[in-house]
Design a protein around this ligand. Sequence first.
Ligand SMILES: *[C@@H]1O[C@H](CO)[C@@H](O)[C@H](O)[C@H]1NC(C)=O
Ligand SMILES: *[C@@H]1O[C@H](CO)[C@@H](O)[C@H](O)[C@H]1NC(C)=O
Ligand SMILES: *[C@@H]1O[C@H](CO)[C@@H](O)[C@H](O)[C@H]1NC(C)=O
Ligand SMILES: *[C@@H]1O[C@H](CO)[C@@H](O)[C@H](O)[C@H]1NC(C)=O
Length: 479
Amino acid sequence: MVLICCCCLHVANTSDACNCQSVFRCISRKPTLTPAGMPSEFPLRCATGNLKQTCPENYPTKHNPTTNPDRPSNLTSTCPSYFQWIHDDLRHWKETGITQDMIERARKTAHFRLVIVNGKAYVEKYRQSIQTRDMFTLWGILQLLRLYPGRLPDLELMFDCDDRPVIPSKHFRGPNAAPPPLFRYCSDWQSLDIVFPDWSFWGWAETNIRPWKNLLKEIKEGNSRTKWKDRTPYAYWRGNPWVSPIRQDLLKCNVSEQNDWNTRLYLQDWVKQSKEGYRESNLQDQCTHRYKIYIEGWAWSVSEKYILACDSVTLYVRPRYHDFFIRGMVPLQHYWPIRDNSKCTSLKFAVEWGNNHTKEAQAIGEAASNFIHEDMKIDYVYDYIFHLLNEYAKLLRFKPKIPPGADELCPETMACPTNGTHRKFMEESMVLSPSDAIPCTLPPHDPSVLGSLRDRKDKSTKQVESWENEYWEKLSKKQ
Ligand SMILES: *[C@@H]1O[C@H](CO)[C@@H](O)[C@H](O)[C@H]1NC(C)=O
Ligand SMILES: *[C@@H]1O[C@H](CO)[C@@H](O)[C@H](O)[C@H]1NC(C)=O
Ligand SMILES: *[C@@H]1O[C@H](CO)[C@@H](O)[C@H](O)[C@H]1NC(C)=O
Ligand SMILES: *[C@@H]1O[C@H](CO)[C@@H](O)[C@H](O)[C@H]1NC(C)=O
């Protein structure tokens, strides 16, 4: 038996050997052995003293899952259905493939180029991203390489860490169209940008939002504290309205002396919060209302997954942008659609409907929560990235080479020089040993499935809008 300490990442024989803070637990378990008989856990190995930090030579580049008798590798499962959109995002290159020239044309707005050769990652940085988005995105990719050593094929890609998509589909029509493939966190129906999970799955240091895996556990505990029926029967939102006009517009729906649109809206002041230790911004303490509003910011908002995880009914203001998972969620099943052009009346109706139909409302909240806690758990986020990169790599029409100016990237060169929250979140989200399971099975491309999903979404949104119309017409007749 060895004791694995999640805070200090030492493999120690006794719990005394590592000084864990109370938030991190030590777990004891049998060490899994590689075929060579070496323990397969690989902790961070920082150089001490003035030694320059380099990447360790002996990272595992292979892992044979069958060596672990506890988890037979033949137990494969089908990926959640939202993985289907991987095919849709890559369909523009299905016929033509992806050439080096197309990738170069994506460089214009990219923050970095990532190359993976023989299981190692190389990065060429072009410009500074907002906060540490690029750093934590790359950290996530490195963890994927640790989770599935040797499974990713060689590849090369451009990544843009800004908010809004930049590859308009109307510029790339016709048989000779060769759109530049560019990865980013969201896209919309008019753009060809390829969506990729955002940095916050590995932590958002600037806002003290910890990595997804542990945060999900905390939200789950928060959920169990207040039953849906005992929650405040209003629609809650807390956020920064200054990032977009539609959010400022939402504030007009706050409760006032004249009107009660059944909402309770609050400003998030990140500067104040950071001074006060983020006491009011703990996500696990924000599941106290029966309804929670999701509204986009400058583009999609990172807050989406935290809101949907709450067991509350998400009141989802009609979005323009999509991230990688929302395309698998359906109005009336996982959330309640809110008009973007008449938010207040739409919100008032939604809350009243939910308070009249508590069983149905509660079921919507639970369905979203299950989706987030099960289909979106970190293992599936890794599997999504795995399949996205794997399918993308199949399209490459050239053999990726290590760029002359690029540095090898490994957790040591990334994490060892950092300190504070960045370091803490990196250690917390570090993959400590290769997976003994293989990635879930990607469902094949079936455009009819995606088409019927789109139809279902349209239908249920129209259904709710017609209920709203009826309700407000009746009210206006009474007056
Ligand atoms: C998986 O492998 C184990 C051990 O090799 C075997 O006993 C079991 O029947 C296999 N299961 C499936 C579903 O093939
Ligand atoms: C909305 O109204 C509530 C209750 O009056 C108040 O506490 C809150 O500060 C208001 N929010 C904004 C953004 O003005
Ligand atoms: C909720 O129930 C009340 C009382 O039955 C009714 O007057 C109101 O129209 C209902 N509202 C909605 C949105 O269902
Ligand atoms: C943390 O890192 C920053 C930037 O690298 C540095 O300026 C600062 O002195 C470091 N703080 C500590 C406590 O090591």
